[in-house]
Design a protein around this ligand. Sequence first.
Ligand code: NAD
Ligand code: UD1
Length: 335
Amino acid sequence: MATRGTILLTGGAGFIGSHVAVEVAAAGWQPVILDSFCTSERSVVSRVGELVGAPVRCIEADIRDAPSMRAAFGSTPIHAVIHLAGLKAVGESVEKPALYHDNNVRGTEVLLAAMDEFGVRRMVFSSSCTVYGTPQRLPIDESHPLGAINPYGQTKLDIERMLDVWADAGPDRHVCSLRYFNPVGAHASARIGESPIGIPNNLMPFVVKVARGELPELGVFGGDWPTHDGTGVRDYIHVVDLARGHVAALERLDSMHHERINLGTGSGCSVLDVVRAFERVNGVKVPHGIRPRRPGDAAAAYADASLAWRRLGWRASLGLDDMVRDAWAFASRPS
Ligand code: NAD
Ligand code: UD1
């Protein structure tokens, strides 16, 4: 069992956090999940425990609640925090910017205050390629200009800047902001994965619902983009690869002050590439039709993933076929 120290995962019951918890445990650390379950299910914690081979401790708390956060840090020594807790629906953030600021930005302030009080000096943060705004050049490296195009993106920029200030407060502080591109897929066991509530905004969950017959057709947002087949191109990354990137960051955290690192595969796939791979690999139909472009979309966005290789010794190893296979296996799991 784990012997290397305890890693606190805020938002550890979510889509990405649950996979990170499994990989953290596999690397010999003791994961502790802290989550308010505002966008996830409690049953995820026991499923993570099954995959890890031992029960995983879970603290039900909101990161904005200072007494709960103090209690969490007071209950066991924490080696590092992987901070995934956050709200992430772009459309909702436009309607409720104050909620997004309060949950994501103020929540991080409360978390950092508790870390300070208990002398916890290491953090891996879930940032996003959304901090680059509309791509001005491709591939997108970490020196690409920054800019938020919605309130959700603004919270990620605000938190990255807050972490600069926090890291500057002492030489013993270590932060790595991981800028995720488009995480998709599920654990190969099909025990954990992505289950968005309601009608999904993002491509892969939408494709899954169409394949299941729960939605009639996928609307492809634009067929005349300047891409290889006219549909939007993104850097889809398997969530298990992404999770392993967190472990790589954890291992090298003590050599960092505050570094920002892209987690992507470095190559782009179009909407039609995803649909065709999904149909071919899974033997199902995904009815689809071209619709008008979605406001705010870009033709293409994919990472320069070379810094992750240089700094973390990490690169993605799973491909689009793995992503669509595992997404479908999770969606088709027996309930
Ligand atoms: P998710 O919604 O599945 O998981 C987020 C988790 O955080 C949930 O379990 C939720 O209950 C918890 N949470 C939210 N607010 C909380 C609070 N105030 N206190 C305690 N727990 C709280 O989302 P995800 O896809 O797993 O995303 C995890 C992180 O990665 C988020 O910060 C998100 O912004 C970031 N991110 C996600 C993507 C993506 O496409 N999924 C891309 C880039 C960045
Ligand atoms: C989303 C987020 C962005 C985040 C990024 C990575 C939105 C509006 N933006 O953008 O903040 O940084 O994920 O996690 O949610 N598509 C369709 N039909 C659909 C859904 C999507 O054609 O029903 C297309 C889109 O036009 C795009 C591609 O599929 O070309 C991927 O879309 P999506 O999954 O929403 O990701 P991003 O656009 O990268």
